[in-house]
Design a protein around this ligand. Structure first.
Ligand SMILES: CCCCCCCCCCCCC/C=C/[C@@H](O)[C@H](CO)NC(=O)CCCCCCCCCCCCCCC
Ligand SMILES: Nc1ncnc2c1ncn2[C@@H]1O[C@H](COP(=O)(O)OP(=O)(O)OP(=O)(O)O)[C@@H](O)[C@H]1O
Ligand SMILES: [Ca+2]
Length: 556
């Protein structure tokens, strides 16, 4: 669709006189008299549009400022301030900062300076661009920022001050900053004290653990403000209205990596500035009728639970603690026995092995929620049909993992479940049955390359909406009797003895759940996915590579 022209002038860019135009979609410029549509002024600032002009989409402009002119462009060489006289040509300029894409989904702040013959024209341009920016009402103006000074390598405060605050201030975003003083400071502040009405979003500077604090605070606050009891496992939770931004400064940063495509603070800051919005699923975890925690990334029993338990004692090592504990846990090769019951998701949300990863504008996450939940005409189907059929799996497992999103991170760039979706209302349940150390190593190694980590007979993966887990040592007598009814009397006898004598180590060793980097206090849990309960300042991982056009050219 043709866009309405708002302003057009001859301005110079990088010492080349250009036709510069502004419409509601983009700012573009092309050297005057250049009909080849090939050459553009100075260095390439961005892609070329259909007319051969360089352009910056308005929605990717960060700010525009009148530039204090120097003599560089007049060929004097050294940078000197020139007194502002309206007569000399090209001594008035404005600089547009915009989003520039670089490698590996990283964004940078690019700049282009446009020189004008007089100040009135310069101010007219600045005002016209600012007017267009003011129409972008999805952009946040006021943010509440929490910084964990002890996350990752303890660089959170420095990262925020040096890399993020200058970008927010350039984009005229005002902030209230709280540097946390104790664990759960941010969670409790959000839950009870924060004046949320004042803000357009919350920013978390830290790792996955810090993000977890933020969502616990926000979700609990939203429920209590609406009179919803999160202890009831079948309550429908109220979605949070404030968006959350993550400035990565942790050890794993998987939530940032899986929603943006990199763990780079500047990139995350720019996604906040442009006002991106990415809905995200959240799992609630209950033990009987007591709420335990929420999870958005990995819920892992066995291997990842044991890695976390061991690594907590090594916090002083920083991010390396996970690798040391990973090797130790791998060597111990413990397996755990238990029962998983789950409610499979409908086929229209795909499968964990369909190789259809979640990307910006994902079709599966955009399905209307009725389609995602497979709810059919209420009167024509029985209750069991409508809710689906629960399945039961028992066994001995090295790992039971539930990934609500891909869990991509620098250690595993495609993640624990590469095709898991951010906002489809499901979780991928990965069961790694007891196998040899060598086989488990092969499975782990595939998390670091392109091969399919699920393509082993000892690995099963299901896309589910809810699941329950009961470790064998907590199963009731009647459950065990039922399950062993077809076994020999001898086996039944031994299983009873072992439950009463944990020291004998007969499949009765305990593990814990790693819930987004926190240990859960119970092993028997009930998990349910809440579709799109929260929103991030992100847009999912962009499909196109750096030099492809990010927008349909017809729109520019
Ligand atoms: C041979 C190399 C295999 C490498 C396999 C790497 C798979 C890594 C998958 C990582 C998935 C992370 C999911 C995110 C979880 C976060 O909510 C949570 C909080 O930040 N992080 C962790 O629990 C932190 C979890 C960190 C787990 C690290 C596990 C490292 C395993 C190393 C095994 C080495 C065996 C070597 C034998 C000689
Ligand atoms: N001021 C503080 N003092 C001590 N602990 C804090 C403070 N602020 C936050 N925390 C806690 O620190 C824990 C770890 O923080 P964070 O997630 O930022 O880093 P990480 O554990 O190194 O990274 P990751 O979670 O990505 O592995 C969180 O569980 C959080 O509750
Ligand atoms: Ca999901």
């Amino acid at each position: 669709m043709e866009q309405k022209l708002l302003l057009s002038s001859q301005l110079s860019v990088h010492n080349t006189l250009c036709e510069v135009t502004l419409n509601s979609a983009a700012l573009s410029w092309r050297p005057r008299g250049d009909n080849t549509h090939k050459r553009a002024a100075g260095r390439r600032y961005g892609p070329l549009n259909a007319a051969g002009s360089q352009y910056v989409p308005v929605c990717e402009i960060i700010s525009v400022q009148e530039t204090e002119e120097d003599c560089a462009s007049t060929g004097v060489g050294k940078w000197q301030k020139v007194p502002q006289t309206p007569v000399e040509s090209n001594q008035h300029a404005f600089t547009v900062s915009y989003v520039e894409r670089t490698q590996k989904h990283r964004w940078r702040c690019g700049e282009v300076t446009l020189h004008c013959t007089d100040r009135t024209l310069c101010l007219q341009w600045v005002q016209a661009i600012r007017e267009q920016l003011s129409l972008l009402t999805i952009r946040p103006k006021r943010l509440l920022v929490y910084i964990n000074p002890y996350g990752g390598k303890h660089h959170g405060k420095r990262i925020y001050e040096q890399k993020v605050a200058p970008i927010f201030s350039r984009a005229s975003i005002s902030t209230d900053v709280i540097v946390t003083e104790w664990a759960n400071h941010a969670r409790d502040h959000l839950k009870t004290e924060a004046e949320l009405k004042k803000y357009d979003g919350v920013v978390c500077v830290g790792g996955d653990g810090m993000f977890s604090e933020i969502i616990h605070g926000l979700i609990s606050r939203t429920q209590s403000d609406s009179g919803v009891d999160q202890n009831l496992s079948d309550e429908t939770l109220i979605p949070c209205s404030l968006r959350i931004g993550i400035i990565p400064a942790g050890s794993t940063d998987c939530i940032c990596y899986a929603t943006v495509g990199s763990n780079d603070p500047v990139t995350s800051a720019l996604h906040i500035v442009v006002g991106d919005s990415q809905p995200m699923d959240v799992c609630s975890i209950h033990h009987n009728n007591t709420f335990l925690r929420y999870s958005v990334s990995l819920l892992g029993y066995g291997f990842y639970g044991d890695v976390l338990t061991d690594s907590e004692r090594k916090r002083w090592m920083g991010p390396a603690r996970y690798d040391i504990s990973g090797v130790k846990t791998f060597m111990s090769h413990r397996y755990y026995e238990g029962t998983i019951t789950f409610l499979p998701a409908d086929e229209n949300v795909g499968t964990p092995r369909d190789k259809l990863p979640c990307r910006t504008g994902c079709n599966i996450c955009s399905l209307p929620s009725a389609d995602k939940q497979g709810s059919r005409d209420e009167e024509s189907v029985s209750d069991t049909d409508r809710k689906g059929v629960w399945q039961v799996i028992r066994g001995k497992f090295l790992a039971i993992n539930a990934a609500c999103m891909s869990c991509a991170c620098p250690r595993s760039p495609k993640g624990l479940s590469p095709s898991a979706h951010l906002a489809d209302g499901t979780v991928d349940l990965i069961l790694v049955r007891r196998c040899s150390r060598f086989d488990f190593l092969r499975h782990l190694l595939r998390h670091t390359n392109k091969d399919d980590q699920f393509d082993y007979p000892f690995v099963e993966v299901y896309r589910v909406r809810q699941f329950h887990f009961t470790p064998r040592y907590e199963e009731t007598n009647s459950e065990l009797d039922l399950r062993e009814a077809d076994g020999s009397g001898r086996k039944r006898f031994f299983s009873r003895i072992c439950r009463e004598h944990p020291a004998c180590n007969c499949s009765l060793v305990h593990s814990s759940w790693n819930c987004d980097g926190e240990i859960l206090p119970h092993a028997a849990i009930q998990v349910r996915v809440h579709c799109q309960l929260i929103k991030l300042f992100a847009r999912g991982i962009e499909e196109h590579s750096v030099f492809e056009e990010p927008y349909p050219l017809s729109a520019i």
